[in-house]
Design a protein around this ligand. Structure first.
Ligand code: KG4
Ligand code: ZN
Length: 342
């Protein structure tokens, strides 16, 4: 018999995503983004995002079904991001999923957005060897997780104590006048610069910090250091070397992220590191992780960039794992939880 056909709905931030998966195979991944509507504010505006989801959801759903050449009746289960994320944005997806589940008499699975970022890798690289360490780096999160069993929750090892990694990219891009979202543009700009030209701080790596924050991150001091450096240049009437600043900032972020991720693998005896979230699309992060992991015999799994940022496929991927593991569906009154723990 065919493996179950699972549809996933994602609306936790500014991307409306509907993905369809059979087993580990991606059949459709339809996406609508309100990112352009937030650009002039330099960050996602929750009310604008919710409204955009409401407009985009039904057409995105239809595009996904068309792409997979199936109808709602063919779907075996509906998974939806129920948290964490923007409350109003989550509510649109959860309410829609309930509507579809009720109308078509399908089981519904409320899933954790972070676990879904980990699960999406299975669509590209097949079953995840467990235990694994997952590093999730996005606009809202920077976490290291121990994954013993993806379908049974994951254990947090550490997280950012202030800004998320993607948030740092966005804020630094903004102060350099590079636009929003900052990650992709800094990634491009950095290719023309020297990553060793400016020694920006590596947060929470000093011996005194490591005692309490071995697997935690801090990027707010780095952001401030970049701002001070740029201000000093401007005050001196000297041009700001945008490419060198971008490259040196990016190097500081990627250095800390990869060092702590590899260390987390080593102390937990784990041989697989999976990286997800929007910042996992970063070319330097991918290269440095590979280079450092290879020295310790650790395999790095990073899905292709389109699967790293928010999408419906990741939700369908986790839903597919839950169905395959025989996990009971959620109740139809499942809530949206903006601060859902892992
Ligand atoms: O996972 P995601 O799409 O949404 C959240 O759940 O936050 O991540 C978006 C974040 C943004 O901060 C964006 O600047 C960052 O991911 N990002 C990148 C790159 N592409 C996207 N950061 C660094 N390098 C990139 N190439
Ligand atoms: Zn995300």
């Amino acid at each position: 018999a065919d493996e179950p056909l699972v549809l996933g709905i994602e609306t936790s931030c500014d991307e409306t995503g509907v993905g369809i998966v059979r087993g580990h195979t991606l059949l459709a991944d339809a996406l609508a983004s309100s990112v352009d509507q937030h650009a002039r504010f330099g960050g996602v505006v929750p009310e604008v995002a919710s409204r955009a989801h409401l407009e985009a959801l039904v057409p995105t759903m239809q595009r996904a079904l068309d792409e997979a050449k199936v109808t709602l009746a063919d779907i075996d289960a509906i998974a939806v991001t129920s948290g964490p994320g923007l409350a109003g944005a989550l509510l649109v997806g959860v309410a829609a999923a309930k509507g579809y589940a009720l109308a078509a008499d399908k089981p519904i699975y409320g899933v954790n957005h972070l676990a879904a970022h980990v699960a999406v890798d299975t669509l590209e690289h097949g079953p995840l060897p467990e235990p694994a360490v997952a590093m999730l780096v996005s606009g809202g999160h920077s976490s290291l997780l121990l994954v013993d069993d993806l379908t049974n929750g994951v254990t947090p090892l550490g997280a950012t104590i202030d800004d998320a990694a993607g948030e740092a990219f966005d804020k630094v891009a903004r102060l350099l006048g590079l636009g929003f979202p900052g990650g992709p543009v800094i990634d491009r700009t950095a290719k023309e610069g020297d990553p060793a030209s400016i020694g920006f701080p590596r947060g929470l790596t000093a011996p005194k910090d490591l005692a309490a924050h071995r697997f935690d991150f801090s990027f707010s001091g780095l952001k401030t250091a970049v701002a001070r450096w740029v201000e000093a240049r401007e005050r001196a009437g000297e041009p700001v070397p945008i490419a060198d600043v971008s490259a040196s900032f990016q190097e500081a972020v990627c250095d800390v992220l990869t060092a702590k991720a590899i260390e987390a693998c080593r102390v937990n005896g784990v041989r697989t590191l999976v990286i997800g979230g929007g910042v996992a699309a970063n070319s330097r992060l991918r290269a440095l992780a590979e280079e450092r992991a290879a020295k310790h015999g650790i395999e790095v799994r990073v899905p292709r960039p389109a699967l790293c940022t928010d999408n419906g496929a990741m939700v369908a991927a986790l839903g597919s794992r839950l169905v395959a593991a025989g996990v009971a569906p959620s109740r139809l009154d499942l809530p949206a939880d903006s601060v859902m723990p892992l």
